[in-house]
Design a binder for this molecule. Structure first.
Ligand code: NDP
Length: 277
């Protein structure tokens, strides 16, 4: 079984640095696909209430027979559930769908600054953690001003900020802020969501050829060697296996630097400052 490294969070808990994401995994297929991932060796699953597939994730976890303390499960509070009572209700519903009495990590999915509820919602997240329903709490898609507003209102620093991050969108400002304040960074869309020709880019294709691996494996390795927590999504058992088979080679300093140089501000998802979904 592949040994996955862990990252220590600011609350003392450990998170597996490589996991499996289920955004856009069809709810009807989720149990089978998450079962494939667990069989391939993944123990960290990233879902969200809005994905509509928490039930399938929970069914796969239950069926696997893997002890709860060997699993790391993340879900996220959807935007329409921001606010104190809605957040307290939302975690209960997520836990029911997952068939769990706690998640390892609960995230505010987007700041939605137009709603102006994320500071109040953060206080509810603290209650959720204190009630034992989430072992760690964090945020997703938060920019520095959003994090600073939380810091001004609460002494609890998010354990995680989950943000869009891939070789042409490297989020240096948020990573530096996270390093300074003890907020671990998770990459969403780590493979660029397949929205541009990441795998054809010269430094990635060259490193893949040099190590005899695939471009996707090079990109996942770049995330891991950069200290980022990553959970690529795939519907294919073959690619699920490929994406976890990344511990038999190491990118050189030059290969890392060449991929670092691809940063181009190329956001492929929504901008958290203006998103209104
Ligand atoms: P990814 O960057 O993981 O890309 C997924 C795409 O890459 C799919 O089209 C998949 O196709 C393809 N792919 C996967 N592995 C390979 C491979 N080895 N070779 C070639 N293509 C491959 O995008 P996601 O958006 O899924 O991001 C990962 C996770 O991040 C999500 O699943 C979710 O958990 C989280 N997320 C969080 C967000 C947030 O707002 N907090 C927003 C978006 C995602 P195929 O399935 O056919 O293999």
């Amino acid at each position: 079984m592949t040994q996955i490294p862990t990252v220590k969070l600011n609350d003392g808990h450990d998170i597996p640095q490589l996991g499996f994401g289920v955004f856009k995994v069809d709810p009807a297929e989720t149990e089978r696909i998450v079962t494939d991932a667990l069989e391939a060796g993944y123990r960290h699953i990233d879902t969200a209430a809005i994905y509509g597939n928490e039930q399938g994730v929970g069914a796969a976890l239950a069926k696997s027979g893997i002890p709860r303390d060997e699993l790391f499960v993340t879900t996220k509070l959807w935007n329409s559930d921001q606010g104190t009572q809605s957040a307290l209700d939302a975690i209960d519903l997520s836990l029911e769908k997952l068939g769990l009495d706690r998640v390892d990590l609960y995230l505010i999915h987007w700041p939605r600054p137009d709603l102006d509820l994320y500071v109040e919602t953060w206080a509810a997240m603290e209650q959720i953690r204190d009630a034992g329903k989430a072992t760690s709490i964090g945020v997703s898609n938060f920019h520095v001003p959003h994090l600073e507003k939380l810091a001004a209102a609460s002494s609890v620093v998010p354990a995680i900020n989950q943000i869009e991050l891939h070789p042409t969108f490297q989020q240096r400002e948020l990573r530096a802020y996270g390093a300074e304040h003890g907020i671990a960074i998770e990459a969403w869309g780590p493979l660029g969501q397949g929205k541009y020709d990441l795998f054809g880019m010269t430094p990635i294709a060259d490193a893949a050829a040099a190590h005899g691996v695939t471009p996707a494996q090079v990109v996942i390795r770049w995330h891991l060697q950069s200290g980022i927590i990553v959970f690529p999504k795939s519907n294919s058992a073959e690619r699920i296996g490929e994406n976890i088979d990344v511990f038999g080679f190491e990118l050189t300093g030059d290969q890392m630097a060449a991929i670092d140089a691809l940063d181009a501000g190329n956001r492929v998802g929504a901008d958290p400052d203006t998103a209104t979904f």
